[in-house]
Design a protein around this ligand. Structure first.
Ligand code: CP3
Length: 344
C-alpha cells in the first residue's frame, strides 16, 4: 500500500507525477520560529539530535506547516564522527568543530559500538513512521565518506576543504582507510535507519565539488558505490538518493557508477544538462536557496523554469542545497503553493 500513496517513492521508482512531489533540504531548521524554540529547550545541538522527543518534534514541524511529501529525519551527518569519539561540538556562531584527526588517529579508529551509540536516532525514526501521515515519505540520511572525512581532517568547516585534499595526497593509504571505514559504518547506519522505518535514504556529498576528476572517482564515486551496493545487497527494496553537490559534468556517469536511484542536483546544474540526466532516471532539485530568501519574481521564475524543463519527467522538486536561516517562512508557503498548483 505504501508505495502507492507515497509519491516520492513512486518517483524514485521512475514515475512522472504532475505536479511533482516536493520537500526541501534542511526543511527543519532555524528559519522556523518553532524550531528555534525547541532548539533552545533542547540545550546543545547534539542533545537535540539524540533526544527522540525533540528530534521527532522538529522533524514534524515543517510537515505540519507545509505538508511536504517527505519528512527528513532530524539529525546531522556529523553524528558518525561523534560516534567515533572525535569530540564533536556545535557552538553558536562557529559551526561544527571536532578534534582534527591525523594518520595515527585514523589507524586507531574503532568501528565498534557505532550503531549502539546511534540507538536514539533509530528510536526517532520508529516514532516518526508511526506519527507521520501515511502518504508522507520518511527519509533517512547520512553523509558521504568524503564529506564526513573533510570535517574529520580539518576539525571544522573550510571554504574549499584544502586540509582534506592535501591529506589525501600526502597520506593516501591512511586516507583510503578512513574512506573505507566510513563507507562501512555509514552503510550499516543506513540499513539500521531502513529497518527502523525509513522509506528511502539520501547520501549527502556536499563537498564533492572541490574534487579533481580522478579524486572524484576515487573519493566520491567509489565509496558511495560501495555503500549503495552494501545497502542494496542487504535491503534490496531500499531507495537511495545521492547528492553530490558541485559535481557538474561528472554527474553524467554518477548515477550509473554509484547505483543511486535518483540524483540530487545543485542550482549550478544547467537545466538542459539536467534534462539529459533525467533521461536516465529521477532527479531531485534544484532551486537556488537564495531565490527563497529573495521571494517575489525571483522565486516564481526559478520555480517555473524547473517545472517547465523537468516537470515532464521523474522529478522530486527540491532546493539545490539547504534552506538558509534568513528565508522567510511565508516564501516557503508561496513555493509550496506554486509547485502544487502546476499543471492543474
Ligand atoms: O531538515 C533537514 O534537512 C534534516 C536535518 C539536517 C541537518 N543537517 C540539521 C542541522 C541534515 C540533513 C543535515 C545534513 C548536514 N549537516 C550536511 C549535509 C547537507 C548540507 O547542508 O551540506 C552537512 C555538511 C552538515 C554539517 C553541519 N551541521 C554544518 C556545516 C552545520 C553548521 C551550518 C549551519 O547551518 O549552522 C550543521 C548544523 C546543523 N545541522 C543545523 C541544522 C538545523 C543548524 C544548527 C543549529 O540549529 O544550531
Amino acid at each position: 500500500m505504501t508505495d502507492e500513496c507515497r509519491k516520492i517513492l513512486r518517483v524514485l521508482s521512475g514515475e512522472t507525477l504532475t505536479p511533482p512531489p516536493l520537500w526541501l533540504m534542511r526543511q527543519a531548521g532555524r528559519y522556523l520560529p518553532e524550531y528555534r524554540e525547541t532548539r533552545a529547550k533542547a540545550g546543545s545541538f547534539l542533545d537535540l539530535c539524540y533526544t527522540p522527543d525533540h528530534a521527532v518534534e522538529v522533524t514534524l514541524q515543517p510537515i505540519r506547516r507545509y505538508g511536504f511529501d517527505a519528512a527528513i529525519l532530524f539529525s546531522d551527518i556529523l553524528v558518525i564522527p561523534d560516534a567515533l569519539k572525535r569530540n564533536v561540538r556545535f557552538t553558536e556562531g562557529h559551526g561544527p568543530e571536532m578534534d582534527p584527526i591525523d594518520e595515527a588517529g585514523i589507524l586507531a579508529l574503532k568501528p565498534e559500538g557505532i550503531i549502539p551509540h546511534l540507538t536514539p536516532v533509530m528510536e526517532t525514526v520508529r516514532r516518526l513512521r508511526r506519527e507521520l501521515p501515511a502518504e508522507t515519505t520518511l527519509l533517512g540520511f547520512c553523509g558521504a565518506p568524503w564529506t564526513v572525512a573533510t570535517y574529520m581532517i580539518a576539525g571544522h568547516g573550510t571554504p574549499d576543504q584544502a586540509p582534506a585534499r592535501l591529506f589525501a595526497y600526502r597520506y593516501p593509504k591512511a586516507f583510503e582507510h578512513l574512506l573505507t571505514l566510513l563507507a562501512e559504518i555509514s552503510a550499516d547506519y543506513l540499513v539500521a535507519q531502513i529497518d527502523a522505518g525509513a522509506d528511502a535514504v539520501q547520501i549527502f556529498d556536499s563537498w564533492a565539488g572541490v574534487l579533481g576528476e580522478k579524486e572524484f572517482e576515487a573519493f566520491a564515486v567509489r565509496p558511495v558505490a560501495r555503500m549503495i551496493a552494501s545497502v542494496k545487497a542487504r535491503r534490496p527494496q531500499a531507495r537511495i538518493i545521492a547528492f553530490a553537490k558541485g559535481a557538474g559534468y561528472l554527474l553524467k556517469t554518477y548515477r550509473q557508477k554509484t547505483g543511486a536511484d535518483a540524483i540530487g542536483l545543485d542550482w549550478s546544474v544547467p537545466l538542459a544538462f539536467a534534462q539529459e540526466l533525467q533521461k536516465d532516471g529521477p532527479v531531485q532539485g534544484n532551486l537556488d536557496p537564495m531565490r527563497v530568501v529573495a521571494g517575489g519574481k525571483a522565486l516564481e521564475d526559478g520555480i517555473d523554469d524547473i517545472l517547465q524543463r523537468l516537470g515532464n519527467g521523474p522529478l522530486i522538486f527540491n532546493l539545490g542545497h539547504g534552506i538558509t536561516p534568513q528565508a522567510d517562512p511565508a516564501n516557503v508557503a508561496r513555493l509550496v503553493e506554486r509547485v502544487r498548483g502546476w499543471g492543474n
